[in-house]
Design a protein around this ligand. Structure first.
Ligand code: F6P
Length: 571
């Protein structure tokens, strides 16, 4: 297939493989108990290594024939050609006519890549060097505020991809954060967010990073103005600056930096472009944590750890780019998601990290997957011919076990789930006393935690039959309530430890899973037109909310009544 043809989506539903998968699904009676009994090597054959990630796919509802046919589907829709087109910098983001090159952000600097006449690798290396130099200045105390105090708190102001990636990674890599440094994240335009995050801060030791790809996002710019106002007021109140233009501009110069692709707008806001870090339109917001958008993270964990994160991303990129498809983890996981969505009627997908530090990972994945694949037209503008993006959701185990796992185990809906854990915890605590019954004195609590991971995936796969329930002496009228049907699919991902590299590998894994699904569905996974209408309407409605009667009269009856009621309730 030529790169030109790669721009025309193949309608997956017209492929031979799609027909075969439809038939296979109609005749498939999932039987994980039987499949494992008949094939003792199933776990071995369905387990793959991707960089440091050990990925067990064996508890999924697929046979060898289903997997082979999914791979045939990948072939028929031209997955590898489109993958290669992405890595080469072709404009596969068709609706925005842009290259999609987040993989270039972590490409080693000795592997040059020129795209649209630009030395991409060189540009990335230069910008990264600026970010690292800045991070070192803050970490060493060389960067000081107006009173000469070093920075103790960094506040990242951004939303969507300019927030979710950095906050997720900061939480995940908390053990790598330099002592005495803290990063906070302000995203919501709800004024509570900025008010709460600044309430106890010392303005003389606070540095704001305004992170916005476009530098035109209402929430971020509003929050940045609120933060700037807070800074000015509190510095004046502390006697740290004069209440003058000069004092204010000095405060901004020393307490505000920016990250954006629109450096002209950064300057218009009053931030010196010398204190701004750039990136490029070929980095989607939700794919940008490894660009300068990760500056707050680079400050917190330092250049070495950030470089390790990038190396992890790159390791997964290489796995995706070079591994044969039948052992290629992002390809297999993406195809499994297609299988469940399009052939097994699954509507959602749970991501369940058995690692407290990954507690923001599901939220991060929601933007990555749903903003990417929540589309109903294909990249040539034609309507999709099948369901697309599933709803991603999740919470860390074991909290989820005591909340929503009931529905996954015994509900009527099929919910494929990814379980993610690391073998070596950041905090290896032991329970010195135990409970004298289930938990022995000196028990390794992480072991106890992961026993839950293994138990849950086992229970979901193999369930508990009515006869097994009866054998426990359960009264006959309660047998059905206490039966577990099993055949609930899970993928298990195990890593040695939550290092920066492993985090990079995990994020890149899901980026590429998302890509694979988008290619099968023929959609542009890199635009996000669906967020525009609401933004525009909010600006149109805002005057009505604050009393403009003509703007109120222009609203539909329901919206007008809601605004009116709001105005009555607002003291
Ligand atoms: O509105 C959605 C969106 O455009 C996301 O794609 C993006 O990550 C977020 O807004 C923030 O955009 P920006 O970084 O330009 O402020």
């Amino acid at each position: 297939m030529t790169s030109e043809q790669a721009r025309v989506p193949v309608d997956a539903t017209t492929t031979h493989a799609w027909g075969s998968l439809t038939e296979l699904s109609a005749n498939l009676v999932p039987d994980l108990r039987g499949w494992f009994a008949a094939d003792p090597d199933r776990a071995g054959r369905y387990t793959h290594q991707a960089a440091d990630l050990h990925v067990d796919l064996s508890k999924n509802l697929v046979t060898d024939e289903v997997l082979a046919t999914l791979l045939a589907l990948a072939d028929e829709v031209g997955l590898t050609e489109r993958r290669d087109a992405m890595f080469a910098g072709e404009h596969i983001n068709v609706t925005e006519d842009r290259a999609v090159l987040h993989t270039a952000l972590r490409r080693p600097s000795d592997q040059p890549l020129t795209v649209d006449g630009q030395d991409v690798t060189g540009d990335v290396a230069d910008e990264l060097a600026k970010v690292y130099a800045f991070a070192e200045k803050v970490r060493s105390g060389e960067w000081t505020g107006v009173t000469g105090e070093r920075v103790r708190t960094v506040v990242n102001i951004g939303i969507g991809g300019s927030d979710l990636g950095p906050v997720m990674a900061y939480e995940a890599l908390e053990p790598f954060v330099q002592d005495g440094l803290e990063v906070r994240f302000v995203s919501n335009i709800d004024p509570t967010d900025v008010a709460q995050k600044t309430a106890d801060l010392d303005p003389t030791t606070t540095l704001f990073i305004v992170a916005s790809k476009t530098f035109g996002t209402l929430e971020t710019l509003t929050n940045a103005r609120l933060a700037r106002d807070w800074l000015w007021r509190s510095l004046v109140a502390a006697g740290a600056i004069e209440d003058s233009d000069e004092g204010r501009s000095d405060a901004v110069a020393k307490h505000f930096v920016a990250v954006s692709t629109a450096l002209d707008k950064v300057e218009a806001f009053g931030i010196d472009p010398a204190n701004a870090f750039g990136f490029w339109d070929w980095v989607g917001g939700r794919y940008s944590v490894d660009s300068a958008i990760g500056t707050s993270l680079a400050v917190a964990i330092g250049p070495d750890a950030f470089a390790d994160l990038l190396a992890g991303f790159h390791a997964m990129d290489e796995h995706f780019r070079t591994t044969p498809l039948d052992q290629n983890v992002p390809v297999l996981m993406g195809l499994l998601n297609v299988w469940y969505t399009n052939f097994r009627n699954a509507h959602t997908h749970a991501v369940l990290p058995y690692a407290q530090q990954l507690h923001r990972f599901p939220a991060y994945l929601q933007q990555l997957t749903m903003e990417s694949n929540g589309k109903s037209v294909r990249w040539d503008g034609s309507p999709v011919t099948t369901d697309t993006g599933e709803v991603f959701w999740g919470e860390p185990g074991t909290n989820g076990q005591h909340a929503f796992y009931q529905l996954i185990h015994q509900g009527t809906r099929l919910i494929p789930a990814d379980f993610i854990a690391v073998a070596n915890p950041a905090y290896p605590l032991t329970d010195a006393v135990g409970d004298g019954k289930d938990v022995a004195a000196g028990a390794d609590v992480h072991g106890l935690f992961l026993a839950n991971f293994f138990a849950q995936t086992k229970a979901l796969a193999f369930g508990k039959t009515p006869d097994e329930v009866r054998a426990e002496g359960v009264a006959e009228e309660l047998v059905s309530a206490r039966t577990f049907p099993g055949n609930r699919p899970t993928t298990s991902i195990l890593a040695p430890a939550l290092t920066p590299s492993v985090l990079g590998q995990l994020v890149a894994l899901y980026e590429h899973i998302t890509f694979v699904q988008g290619v099968v569905w023929g959609i542009d996974s890199f635009d996000q037109w669906g967020v525009e209408l609401g933004k525009k309407l909010a600006l149109e409605i805002a005057p009505a909310v604050v009393g403009d009667e003509a703007a109120l009269a222009a609203q539909d009856p329901s919206t007008a009544a809601l605004i009116t009621r709001y105005r009555e309730l607002r003291a």
